[in-house]
Design a protein around this ligand. Structure first.
Ligand SMILES: Cc1cc2nc3c(=O)[nH]c(=O)nc-3n(C[C@H](O)[C@H](O)[C@H](O)COP(=O)(O)OP(=O)(O)OC[C@H]3O[C@@H](n4cnc5c(N)ncnc54)[C@H](O)[C@@H]3O)c2cc1C
Length: 343
């Protein structure tokens, strides 16, 4: 069994943080994972996917286990759906492209989200009007203490906005092994969100297809979001906060331009990026947007995305996030919640 000691994690996190793991091991099957656990149960464990939703604030004093379980298998189909089981270590976007090639609909709006399939249910990934729970069927996860496989249905996962049971009650208890999706044979298009319709027009698309929607999403994302290969980042650093209608009305009377989306349950979601743009570092009096302190910064086009311009430490990025959080709180009386997992 190959276990690396004092292992550099910089190539394994899209924030490009130069932290080390005391031990590092990759596994490609549940048997390999079990073998490791039998021999080295004394060390804390962190399951790693593509490293696109973590901020390493220090070295990890335990074992980082990188999940490389592969495979995309059509399990069965009926008149309306296909049921496809995907190994946790499959790259998410490659899986989306595979679905498009096979004409399986439902994940096209989630094109180009970085990371692996096993992590996708953890924060119920979402983009352009679609969330993972809409195509989720079940998942298999290995309980690291009990040493056995559990099956979770959608209800068991307790999905919410960028949330699931794996971020709460079962945090760090399971290694997700595979995810099964229920995908449509006949697509239902979601094109009203963001600039998808305009992009499709720009592309000269006359007849909608999942391939065209995926390409439109890819084009929009590529023009708007910083590519972690060029500027290290982990996507949106904070969630969009949800407030009561009363709180929203109070804010709207003070800040008439506030960007908000009413939710079906009667609450209101506020655009965290807009709020961050309205605040800034105290003494300078400018906006956080485009702000840079050393190599830690806030992206010039997307205030919600914190970036590492080169050699920022995880602690520096975290401290900047704390300053942003405090400033939003003192201006709007709203507490932002971090979407990125702080390690
Ligand atoms: C440029 C950019 C854009 C992004 N855009 C979006 C977006 O539009 N929508 C969105 O929802 N997210 C977005 N993200 C966030 C990120 O892509 C997703 O959260 C993704 O699902 C993370 O996958 P990962 O494999 O990289 O997870 P990692 O960062 O490796 O891990 C994240 C968490 O999941 C746990 N984990 C990972 N794999 C497993 C497993 N198999 N079993 C158990 N636990 C596991 C880890 O322990 C950690 O706590 C973006 C990120 C970037 C960098």
């Amino acid at each position: 069994m190959q276990i690396h000691e004092n292992f550099p994690l910089k190539p394994y996190n899209t924030f490009g943080i130069d932290a080390k793991a005391r031990f590092f091991k990759e596994f490609s099957s549940v048997e390999e994972l079990e073998e490791y656990l039998m021999l080295y149960s004394q060390y804390p464990i962190f399951i790693l996917g593509g490293g696109s939703n973590i901020l390493l604030t220090k070295d990890y004093d335990g074992t980082v286990l990188k999940n490389n379980i592969r495979g995309i298998d059509l399990q069965h189909e009926d008149a309306e759906y296909v049921y496809v089981k995907v190994g946790a270590g499959e790259n998410w976007h490659q899986f989306v492209l595979h679905c498009i090639d096979h004409n399986w609909a439902g994940v096209e709006n989630l094109s180009l989200i970085p990371g692996n399939t096993g992590a996708a249910p953890i924060q119920n990934i979402g983009a352009y009007g679609v969330e993972l729970d809409e195509v989720f069927w079940s998942l298999e996860a290995y309980h690291l203490q009990e040493r056995r496989v559990h099956t979770f249905t959608s209800t068991d996962c307790e999905f919410g906005y960028r949330d699931s049971v794996f971020k709460n009650r079962y945090k760090d208890q399971f290694a997700i092994l595979s995810v099964t999706f229920q995908l449509k044979k006949k697509p239902v298009f979601h094109v009203s969100y963001g600039a998808i319709t305009e992009e499709l027009e720009k592309m000269g698309v006359k007849e909608l297809s999942i391939k065209a929607v995926s390409q439109a999403v890819i084009n929009i994302r590529s023009s708007k979001l910083p590519d972690p290969q060029k500027i290290a980042n982990a996507g949106s650093f904070f969630k969009n906060p949800e407030v009561t209608n009363e709180k929203y009305e109070e804010l709207r009377s003070q800040f008439p331009n506030i960007i908000a989306y009413p939710l079906a349950k009667g609450t209101v979601k506020l655009a965290a990026g807009w709020m961050i743009e309205q605040c800034g570092p105290d003494k300078i009096g400018t906006s956080w947007k485009g702000y840079r302190k050393g190599d830690a910064g806030c992206h010039a086009k997307q205030a919600l995305v914190l970036v590492n311009y080169g050699h920022a430490t995880g602690k520096e990025i975290y401290d900047l996030s704390e300053e942003i959080l405090q400033s939003v709180n003192s201006k709007f009386g709203v507490t932002l919640e971090r979407e990125v997992n702080i390690i």
